[in-house]
Design a protein around this ligand. Structure first.
Ligand SMILES: [Zn+2]
Length: 501
């Protein structure tokens, strides 16, 4: 199932504003995609919550059965099944010797435990990383996909998609026979003669990377100290990341077969981290946490912007949530305005910020560990309804490269410029980042002048329409001189869209 966008025009206070309505239909033969204007829930929620937010998609599972899928479709919401590639689980490992033999292993041949699952044990057996290069663990992952898509959901979400690559990059794993065989094949097609010579590889056909590694380290402890000095390590890590990406691609293919239709395929690929970039080419979209540095107010948002821009560069839509620490800060400090800023920031950069969950938004702090934030619907739903009502000002627009033509705006104001391909429409996203931590809100700014280089845009009718979620739309004059055009926003509260055409 997908979304068919029906373009309509809504008359609102005498202005014509592009809009779109969603119906859970998919034209035959089209690949499902995540649109810019989607309103994404991370996990399933109540019918009332979906309606309040005008939800279009549930990203991280919760619709594994036919009944659950039907409930979502009846509400016009696309939905997903979810599975993970991290571990077979302590109990399965304890009971099934074949699965225990299919774990990621270190240079000593010992299975590698998942550090953050230290308390998930079964009769003394730990939660070890499954090896996503081992056919036995792959079989288990494929079984999980069949369960996740049993209800023929619209998409598959793959959690912990890195599998063995995660164990190899950070935990000293990736050294089972299957990994060695895979790496040997990878070297044949990816290593230069010089690289092989420098590493002392004479016969690639019987090359075993473990022999080379043991010249530098024979225990996991030693290995972790010298890992990055070992020859061919860059290629080894790259191989593991590419192999995990291919594994995810194959799971997506299986999901489509089980569902009987093309599916959305996502992974929790934590951009901008490099290890997580390899899989992105195989996904329809990315679902992940993007840290917002909540204690710094709106001052340290570079990391979030980097993640949003990287997703755009990689050509895949992203739906983000904040980190557990961010949410813990919001809960403790009543930081609703900060959350609204994060929502605006993500959409301003062409991405999406997932709806703060009305019951269970995950929070984490050192003092309280895991706890939950019940995000009040009335605090956030108006923004998301605004996004749906103005889908026509979001969908089909792309970021304009403003490197040499930075828009003019006051220091506390952030502006992104997005142009609709094949039309003479530009939307400026104007964000107030003048956050007052005492008042826990933005300081409203008066008469904010934003100017744009005419090299970027020349209007056909010199008008500007201001759109914001908390006030009716209004038209303002567009002032032109030889090189620039400028628009004055009488009151910038949090986020104003300026539609130029
Ligand atoms: Zn392996």
């Amino acid at each position: 199932m997908g979304i068919k966008l029906v373009r309509t025009c809504v008359l609102w206070v005498g202005l014509v504003i592009c809009s779109a309505s969603a119906a859970p239909l998919r034209a035959s033969g089209t690949e499902p995609v995540l649109h810019h204007s989607e309103v994404v829930f991370m996990y399933a929620a109540s019918d009332e919550a979906y309606r309040a937010y005008n939800a279009t998609f549930v990203a991280w599972g919760g619709a594994e059965s036919a009944e659950q899928v039907k409930r979502h479709h009846d509400l016009g919401v696309r939905c997903t099944g979810s599975m993970w590639c991290l571990t077979a689980g302590a109990e399965n490992l304890h009971k099934d010797p074949k699965l225990l033999a299919a774990c990621a292993v270190d240079i000593e041949g010992n299975p590698v435990e998942v550090p953050w699952l230290f308390d998930h044990t079964y009769q003394g057996t730990k939660s070890y990383f499954g090896c996503t290069n081992n056919p036995e663990f792959q079989k288990l992952c494929r079984e999980r996909v069949r369960q996740a898509l049993a209800g023929k959901a619209d998409g598959l979400h793959v959690d912990d998609h890195l599998g063995t690559a995660g164990a190899a990059w950070w935990q000293g794993g990736g050294f089972c026979d299957y990994c060695m065989k895979g790496f040997r094949e990878y070297l044949k097609s990816h290593a230069t003669k010089e690289q092989l010579q420098q590493a002392g590889v004479e016969q690639i056909d019987d090359f075993d990377y473990r022999t080379l590694v043991r010249k530098h380290a024979t225990t996991r402890q030693e290995y972790k100290k010298v890992q990055y000095k070992i020859p061919l390590m860059d290629l080894f890590l790259e191989f593991q990341a590419e192999a995990a990406a291919e594994h995810t691609r194959q799971l997506g293919q299986l999901a489509a077969e089980v569902a009987g239709h093309p599916v959305l395929l996502s992974a929790n690929a934590g951009l901008p981290n490099k290890t997580h970039t390899y899989v992105v080419k195989y996904l329809t979209h990315v679902i992940c946490e993007v840290g917002q540095n909540a204690p710094a107010g709106t001052k340290q948002i570079d990391h979030a912007i980097e993640a949003y821009e990287l997703a755009a560069t990689l050509g895949k839509p992203l739906a983000a949530t904040a980190s557990g620490q961010d949410w813990a800060f919001v809960k403790q400090n009543n930081g609703e305005e900060l959350v609204r800023f994060w929502v605006a920031l993500a959409y301003a950069y062409g991405q999406r910020f997932m709806v703060p969950h009305p019951q269970r938004q995950w929070c984490f702090s050192n003092e309280l560990g895991t706890h939950w934030y019940a995000a009040p619907i009335e605090a956030y739903a108006p923004m998301y309804r605004f996004i749906r009502e103005n889908a026509g000002c979001l969908d089909g627009f792309e970021a304009v490269d403003v490197k040499d033509h930075k828009p003019g705006a006051p220091a506390n104001v952030l502006v992104t410029v997005r142009r609709k391909s094949g039309s003479n429409q530009v939307v400026l996203h104007v964000l107030n980042r003048d956050y007052d931590p005492q008042a826990k809100s933005m300081k409203s700014l008066s008469n904010v002048e934003v100017s744009l280089d005419k090299a970027l845009f020349s209007p056909t009718k010199p008008t500007a329409t201001l759109l914001s979620y908390d006030k009716p739309a209004r038209q303002v004059d567009l002032v032109q001189n030889a090189e620039t055009l400028s628009v004055r926003i009488p009151e910038l509260r949090l986020w104003t869209l300026v539609l130029l055409e």
